[in-house]
Design a protein around this ligand. Structure first.
Ligand SMILES: [Mg+2]
Length: 433
């Protein structure tokens, strides 16, 4: 049954629709389509020249058509005459294999074949900065330990409350907002859901935060490490796996309330961590957040080793509660679709091979990590991560060679572009060599 989107538009007062897709670098691309044309466009898809986006295509390739997913419709709370769709790219009559939302949908289908469904929630941290991005937006926000600072939070009440009101209106069930550990940094939390719903919301959230911040004369950034001396922006993901409406990670008799299956899934994520980082920490800047020296607040809150623990925030994976765990690796630059797809793929591989995560470590990794023998380190830079990803049979099998080749090619190009830049540090340390 097709949905009459034009009729829905009339009922809800929508004049235009954004038909969007997210490319390999996490950028959202859109066509703005009048409501009168939406039914036809929903059938044929909105046309894009793939090469003009980060999709690893050529100028000679035919049109990429993006088919909107009717279930993803969001009416912009700050501009109600516009509706937004997440869409799925097609070319030559078939789905574009390496388009991130298609990659996630395939992982979800692979899980469904085993009767499994991943649910997840994300904790998006972001900074409100000045127009050039070189300072935080609030000059009074200068405490060395600014986390949960009530006054700094309330000085940004207008923008934070408008974003939270929007989430309430959209039915996302937001439940808390705070000032985070860096000056100018905030986090907003909403309820967990099915992985695809969370990915669509995560993607839209980034657009919404930027848009509402702009409305208030501010600039929002999810850049992983915008200031070297301050804590970076992470994107922690809480995951659980469900079967027949039951959380199959949950086991009251299991260690910390996690089932044997849950530990296998966790073991899969640990086993793929180095290659996973190419997706969860996808930029040159990402590696200035993980492996970082201590920040002004006293901690980076980001992992540097491939380890897991109980309710302890110094490891890559934390088990805070029965029936779920938190992956603390990803950062603000992560592609919302590839985050969910990568966790699911690595986790399913863990189940398939009954991967053992080993014993958890109940130590402060920031102070005692060097005493742990054999703890694997996370990649030190993007190139190491991309090379690990290129070698990964887990991701080649799960995502397909088309995705792996496209991603490795574009990310290697990013790395090469970065290395062509001369930094102030290089001049200072090498000029007199
Ligand atoms: Mg946080």
């Amino acid at each position: 049954m097709t949905t009459d989107l034009e009729k829905q538009a009339k009922e809800r007062g929508i004049k235009y629709f954004l038909i969007s897709f997210t490319d390999l670098f996490g950028t959202q691309r859109s066509k703005l389509v009048p409501a009168e044309a939406i039914n036809e466009m929903a059938k044929t898809g909105a046309g894009f020249a793939g090469f003009a986006t980060w999709l690893d295509m050529t100028p000679a390739d035919p049109d990429t058509f993006v088919i909107p997913d009717p279930s993803s419709l969001i009416q912009l709370p700050w501009r109600k005459e516009v509706g937004w769709f997440a869409g799925d790219p097609w070319m030559n009559g078939k789905e574009v294999e390496h388009a991130p939302r298609n990659v996630l949908r395939r992982q979800i289908a692979a899980a469904a074949e085993q009767g499994l469904q991943m649910k997840s929630g994300v904790e998006c941290e972001f900074f409100l900065v000045g127009p050039e991005g070189d300072c935080v937006s609030d000059p009074a926000d200068r405490q060395s330990k600014p986390c949960y600072d009530q006054s700094a939070l309330m000085r940004r009440y207008d923008v934070i409350a408008e974003i939270c009101d929007s989430m309430l209106e959209l039915g996302w069930k937001p439940y808390q907002n705070d000032h985070e550990d860096a000056n100018g940094q905030f986090e907003m939390n909403w309820d967990y859901d099915d992985a695809l719903v969370t990915a669509d919301r995560h993607s839209f959230f980034k657009y919404m935060v930027r848009s509402i911040a702009e409305k208030h004369g501010l600039r929002a950034t999810f850049m992983p490490k915008p200031f070297t001396n301050l804590t970076g922006s992470g994107c922690h993901a809480h995951v659980s796996l469900w079967k027949d409406g039951k959380n199959v990670f949950s086991d009251k008799k299991g260690e910390l309330g996690i089932s044997a299956l849950g530990y296998q899934f966790l073991g899969g994520i640990l086993a793929s961590a180095e290659s996973l980082a190419a997706l969860t920490n996808p930029t040159v800047n990402s590696y200035k957040r993980i492996n970082a020296p201590v920040t002004l607040s006293g901690a980076t809150w980001s992992p540097n080793t491939v380890t897991y623990t109980g309710n302890n925030r110094t490891h890559m994976i934390r088990i805070p509660d029965e029936g779920r765990f938190e992956v603390r690796l990803a950062d603000g630059a992560v592609n919302p679709y590839l985050l969910q797809a990568a966790l699911l793929a690595a986790g399913l591989d863990g189940i398939k091979h009954a991967r053992d995560p080993g014993k958890r470590l109940d130590i402060n990794m920031y102070t005692h990590g060097h005493l742990v023998e054999g703890a694997k380190k996370l990649p030190l830079n993007l190139l190491d991560a991309v090379r690990a990803f290129e070698r990964s049979t887990v991701f080649k099998h799960a995502f397909g060679t088309e995705f792996v080749n496209a991603y490795v090619k574009l990310k290697t190009e990013s790395w090469n572009e970065y290395t062509r830049h001369l930094s102030k540090w290089e001049l200072e340390t090498t000029l007199d060599c």
